[in-house]
Design a protein around this ligand. Structure first.
Ligand SMILES: Cc1ncc(COP(=O)(O)O)c(C=O)c1O
Length: 391
């Protein structure tokens, strides 16, 4: 049988058996609508309540009613940015975010610009960290929201979230973080980190696709962006609740946070072993992202003198699945906005591959993958007009 090695866990993950077991009865036994008043409806409400409690505990929210289920990280990001902007426009129309956010944040901001809001996109340093003096400089009297992601999905850099949240609050500004890539990899404690709003997604942590949540601290003003049933998600997010997916998300986040120390340890050792082998076998590459303040799940490498897409396709032929950037933009040939913001020149950024690890990867898998990379890189460099050693 052909060997298949999946190194694209930052795009999505498989659904674990425990999560599937949690979801299954919701399809054909406990299939009620949480809005119904009969026993099937009450059973559905009980499943929702359990899942909400699990998410609350995983992120140390104060109350379960601060968790609103959404269709995933994208909706949570869109809602946080647009919902807070609309509800607080009377206080000001200025928002600060970073240049390396996921497009779910960036495109929501662009939408607001069309409505007359002003957005400051903070620059980052060579490691992908938001520059603090620039953050302080960007704050204005009419700034209503600062949104900075916890873990970058392309390079894995972890921002100084607690410090940024504190700065926001010192100036009476709300703070949102996209924690989609952080859950299960970084300890997220919304009370300790002073986070007002936080986006999450299930499918990055062995849960199903199409479900996530937005944490909204009680008392924060946020307008809905969907309209319909007023009983669902306390009138803030209409639409029949996706009970099987929500049940799965609850289980997935519980497991991810319970196992986070052991998962991190495993991923750290796999990533280090991978890099060690890569250095032994391949010349002329650079690792992008912070040297140590970064997620153990992500390793972003630029191979000099060759194209990331070609590497990806040849590795795919060898049964190895990687990504050139985030999954949502990997079909575009534009250099990554994240690497660009970090000052990586276009010709180097074009040769970038994101390896994102799962705990099911063994050292023998790494040996195989790095052997294949060695062959693929040699093959592509042999026909490349650019000399890798000259970059
Ligand atoms: C940092 C980040 N934010 C948001 C999203 C979007 O989440 P979803 O796929 O659940 O819509 C992703 C997905 O890749 C992500 O990595």
């Amino acid at each position: 049988m052909e060997r298949k090695i999946y190194l694209d866990n930052a795009s999505t993950t498989y659904v674990s058996n425990e999560v599937m077991a949690e979801m299954l009865p919701c399809f054909n036994t406990l299939y009620g609508n949480a809005g119904s008043l009969h026993s099937f409806g009450r059973d559905a409400v009980a499943i929702l309540d359990r899942a909400r409690d699990r998410v609350k505990n995983a992120i140390n929210a104060n109350k379960a009613n601060e968790i609103y289920f959404t269709s995933g990280g994208t909706e949570a990001d869109n809602w946080a940015i647009i919902g807070v902007a609309h509800a607080n426009a009377n206080k000001g129309k200025h928002i600060i975010t970073s240049a390396i956010e996921h497009h779910a944040v960036l495109h929501a901001c662009e939408q607001l610009e069309k409505e007359g809001f002003e957005i400051t996109y903070l620059p980052v340093d060579q490691y992908g960290l938001v520059k603090m003096p620039e953050l302080l400089h960007a704050i204005r009297k009419d700034t209503i929201l600062i949104s900075v992601m916890t873990v970058n999905n392309e390079v894995g850099t972890i921002q100084n979230i607690k410090t940024i949240a504190k700065i926001a609050h010192d100036y009476g500004i709300l703070f949102h973080t996209d924690a989609v890539q952080a859950i299960g990899h970084v300890k997220m404690d919304v009370q300790d980190m002073e986070i007002d709003l936080m986006s999450m997604s299930a499918h990055k942590i062995h849960g199903p696709k199409g479900v996530g949540a937005l944490y909204v601290k009680n008392g924060i003003r946020i307008d809905p962006i969907t309209y319909g049933g007023t009983s669902q998600e306390r009138g803030k997010r209409s639409g029949t609740e996706n009970i099987p997916a929500i049940a799965g998300f609850g289980k997935a986040i519980e497991i991810a946070t319970k196992n986070y120390i052991i998962t991190n340890k495993k991923l750290h050792s796999i990533r280090d072993y991978f890099l060690e082998k890569l250095k032994e076998k391949v010349e002329y590459f650079q690792v992008n992202g912070h040297p140590h303040q970064k997620s153990n799940a992500i390793l972003n490498v630029s191979f000099y003198g060759i194209e990331g897409e070609s590497i990806l396709m040849l590795l795919d032929l060898a049964g190895i699945c990687v990504s050139t950037a985030s999954a949502c933009t990997s079909k575009s040939l534009l250099p990554s906005h994240v690497l660009k913001a970090m000052g990586v020149p276009d010709d180097i950024a074009q040769g970038s591959i994101r390896f994102s690890f799962g705990t099911n990867i063994s050292k023998s898998d790494v040996d195989y993958v790095t052997d294949e990379i060695q062959k693929v890189v040699a093959k592509l460099r042999a026909i490349s007009p650019i000399q890798a050693g000259r970059i």
